[in-house]
Design a binder for this molecule. Structure first.
Ligand SMILES: [Zn+2]
Length: 142
């Protein structure tokens, strides 16, 4: 499995090692490529509610550094598709990042699921289903 959202799945593995999830307001604050994969730092964050950086995350304290191997990232991507039933590249968003231009962020149809949002070979996801990420932001999936 080559076309996956590497950083998302690497973050998931690092959070699991730390015994946390995104619903705990934990997320990755640092990334460093190493020979076997990447070293990911995860810690608790809060969302700034005012000031020029409103809406951004600020990490509360020193977190935990974990080396995540490429094999672990790919295994997590496979688990994600099997259990979440979402495409491991676009995370069910149906599109992937193309570029940032003066018009803002541009997206293109996801090349892994061809815009269905589902794992390859499975029926397309319906529209308007919030992704796990969005559900996290609003208090966790039901
Ligand atoms: Zn996709």
């Amino acid at each position: 499995m080559k076309d996956i959202q590497y950083s998302h799945h690497a973050e998931t593995v690092a959070l699991r090692v730390a015994g946390k999830t995104r619903a705990d307001s934990w997320s990755a604050y640092s990334w460093r490529l190493v020979r076997v994969g990447c070293e990911v730092g995860v810690a608790e964050h809060r969302i700034l509610t005012r000031g020029p950086n409103k809406g951004r995350r600020r990490w509360e304290k020193a977190g935990q550094l974990t080396v995540v191997t490429n094999e672990e990232v790919h295994a997590e991507a496979e688990r994600y598709e099997r259990e979440e039933r979402r495409c491991a590249l676009c995370l069910g968003e149906k599109h992937e990042f193309k570029r940032v231009s003066q018009n803002g962020t541009e997206y293109k149809t996801c090349r892994r699921c061809n815009g269905t949002g589902a794992p390859p070979g499975e029926p397309a996801l319906p529209d308007e289903v919030p992704s796990a990420e969005q559900a996290d932001l609003f208090g966790g999936a039901p």
